[in-house]
Design a protein around this ligand. Sequence first.
Ligand code: C2O
Ligand code: CU
Length: 516
Amino acid sequence: MVSRRDFLRSGTLTGAAVFSGTAALLGREPYGVFGARGDLASALRSLPGGRVRDFKLNAAPAEWDAGDGRRVAAWLYNGTLPGPELRVREGDVVRVALTNSLPEPTTIHWHGVPVPFGMDGVPGLTQPAVRPGERFVYEFVAEVPGTYWFHSHFADQFERGLFGALVVEPRTESLAYDVEHVLILDDWLHDFDHAQAAEVPHNSRVGGTAMGSMQMEGDIRQMVRNMAMSSERTGAPARDGPPGHGVPQPEPAFQAHTVNGRRGDAVPPISVRRGQRVRFRFINAGTATVYPLYLAGHRFTVTHMDGQPVAPFATDALIIGMGERVDALVEAVNPGVWTLGSVDAAQRESGLALTLSYDGFREARPQLGTVPTVPARPYQGAYGAIQARRQTMPMGRSFDLSLRMASPTLWTINGKAYPDADAIEVREGERVRLTLRNNSAFAHPMHLHGHFFDVVRPYGATEDVEHPLRKDTLTLYHMDQHVIEFGAGNPGASWLLHCHNQYHHTGGMATIVRYT
Ligand code: C2O
Ligand code: CU
């Protein structure tokens, strides 16, 4: 073990030196092995030393002020946006009592955590939805350390603000840092500047709220036509993808973005001292916005993606799809007042920016510095250098999944929309390969419930990389192709696999992994 101090003296943030030992780099046993058949009692016995951590979440309508003085109607956990941070230690039993004070049913999904089937929070698939006025207790073991999040999985509820961070700290922290910040990024549908305050639901677009879905579909079609036309003329870059993926988006333009529920100047500034090592945990809780991030005057060293350790690498810009998480370290070596925010000026101006200032600096305006560009194939160089352990289960079945837009409101996998999609049928104990092809111009963050997966053939590679990246959500940009594999080690009836763009998800881009 290298102490935090020793590590700071070593003076480098690159390479394996970020971690104290190889254990953290090697990953762990194939995931999803605990909680087989949802047998929580046996799972709890298998993790001696874990504490039971009790939390209470009350989902209820509430007003929220993103910091610009306008109060909007939202649905929140315990009245805050984001909801309370749940922070536990590896091996702890997490017990969350959910009270539903909403006017509709609800559930909670523990995004990225391979929980037992009955705890996964998909209404109608893994549990009956919790009805208004009722309670449900979620209980699982936080087996794998990392940055996760939780959100309602009922209809479009998480868009109204029902989400929060779930951080599982390792029993022994091998990463050296002085301070930590969890930053949750989110997109808002409504234009705060033109909306009638209390009538504005957070991001709501379906049913019974400010805008009916029929009208919205019409709006979307018109918008797609407009955007397609303007994109043809200007070659303008995608709003929903990194620069270089020049496509229109069949979604309304989000007119506000928030960091931890606040916009721009209202986001509390981060102060650092020269020489500190700062750990960021970024979580994209947006419904349909990919966030490209940078910190003026500094570089990031990425240490974890979707909570799982990677061979650390330095980069000027991060790109984070919906549902994805990135942990990155920053070395405070450039005193001043700096912008931490989106690479995209429009996103920054609509709220996705905050100030990082060094102690002793008092400038009014943060410096934007040199805004980096995002590569057309994000993280490409990192894929083969990730130090995860390979799945050890015997190779089983393979499936090809083609992701397409059938119409701006109909999104398909192999030509079929959920619930008509073909199920991916697997047998317990086998290794399953999925070839994901994005046959569309849109970004699709594909999320598998209940299992981690390894990206074994990134970007159309024809052979397996030696050290695949382990994730639970993988964004496929314009026409990307990746082969992923997972160990079928978490049996239950069926697990959801879906695009985490909420429009695409509700528009049909989902299927199930069914244990036969
Ligand atoms: Cu983040 Cu199916 O969920
Ligand atoms: Cu999608």
